[in-house]
Design a binder for this molecule. Structure first.
Ligand code: G3H
Ligand code: 13P
Ligand code: ZN
Length: 308
């Protein structure tokens, strides 16, 4: 049913991860080079990996290319791959992803009220379970921009532990994204790295036990990677992410899936800019995209190493 036998749902992988107090990296992709970078990095560390595409990334690539590229990646991979829809905002996009071979979907109805969130999530779970597809949902609100959903920074609110327990029971999801102080993108803090609310996470874990939790907005936004972009002509300011030690502590407290997009973007951009700055007469895209791909792979490995 999925395009290749190495493409699997995330349910078992995340359940094992949470029991072993490790997390699986979930990396966003938008083209062939990033798929190759993610899969090569995961293979070198011999760990399963989640390849995820947002709805805007799907618009950019098209389901056909995604399915074809990821099935080739799976054929060449020694580790299981999950093909996951990131931030599906309604039933229809989740259904389309499932019908196009995705093995896992996220229904993000976190901007709706609790009851509506449960209803739409349940509808997705009912459909997905017929095909062995795992479902992630979200409770609480991250600061910043969630794909096509904007949330004013001050209005961010953390996930409530009682709601989390009820939500899991009523929907039958296989993982839950929680809001504990992260936000998407490059500016996670105004003057420094934001602290995660491990306290909130512990309260959730007390209620839900070893249920797999997901951390969105988890890029570390490493200063050296940002500096490289800026050295070669970018202007990325107030760039702060989640520290590796906070990520490790979150994993010890139930986070089983860590979402990373921004770190790959920064790594790729820095390498492309450096190549172009040093090779001003070059017109060969394989050279600069290749440099970006190599650096993206190194970033994938750097992040996965903090999750294990
Ligand atoms: O969750 C947000 C991801 O970084 C995806 O961003 O909608 O620009 O692909 P995107
Ligand atoms: P970052 O912007 O921190 O990489 O988060 C990505 C993410 O949560 C994708 O769903
Ligand atoms: Zn996200």
């Amino acid at each position: 049913m999925f395009a290749h036998k190495n493409i699997v749902s995330s349910a078992n992988i995340l359940r094992d991860a949470v029991k072993n107090r490790v997390a699986i990296g979930a990396f966003n992709f938008t083209n062939m080079e990033i798929i190759q970078a993610i899969v090569a990095g995961a293979n070198e560390l011999y760990t399963p990996v989640i390849l995820q595409a947002s709805s805007s990334a799907i618009k950019y690539m098209g389901f056909g290319y995604i399915r074809a590229m990821v099935s080739v990646a799976a054929e060449q991979s020694d580790v299981p791959l999950v093909l996951h829809l990131d931030h599906g905002h309604d039933f229809e996009i989740c259904k389309q992803a499932i019908d196009n071979g995705f093995s896992s979907v996220m229904i993000d109805a976190s901007s709706l009220d609790f009851k509506e969130n449960i209803a739409i999530t349940k509808e997705v779970v009912d459909y997905a379970s017929k095909y062995g597809v795992s479902v992630e949902a979200e409770l609480g609100t991250l600061a910043g921009v969630e794909d096509e959903v904007s949330v004013a920074e001050g209005k961010a609110f953390y996930t409530d532990q009682n709601q989390a327990q009820e939500f899991i029971e009523k929907t039958g999801i296989s993982s839950l994204a929680v809001a504990i102080g992260t936000s998407h993108g490059v500016n996670k803090g105004k003057t420094g790295n934001p602290k995660l609310s491990i306290e909130t996470l512990k309260k959730i874990k007390e209620k839900v036990g070893d249920f797999p939790l997901v951390l969105h907005g988890a890029s570390s936004v490493y200063a050296d990677a940002v500096e490289k972009c800026n050295t070669y002509g970018a202007n990325i300011q107030n760039a702060y992410g989640i520290t590796d030690s906070d990520i490790r502590e979150a994993i010890q407290n139930g986070i089983a899936k860590v979402n990373v997009d921004t770190d790959i973007r920064i790594a790729f951009l820095g390498a492309v800019r450096e190549y172009l700055a040093n090779n001003k007469s070059s017109i060969d895209m394989r050279k600069y995209l290749g440099a970006g791909r190599d650096m993206a792979k190194e970033m994938v490995k750097r992040r996965i190493k903090t999750f294990l």
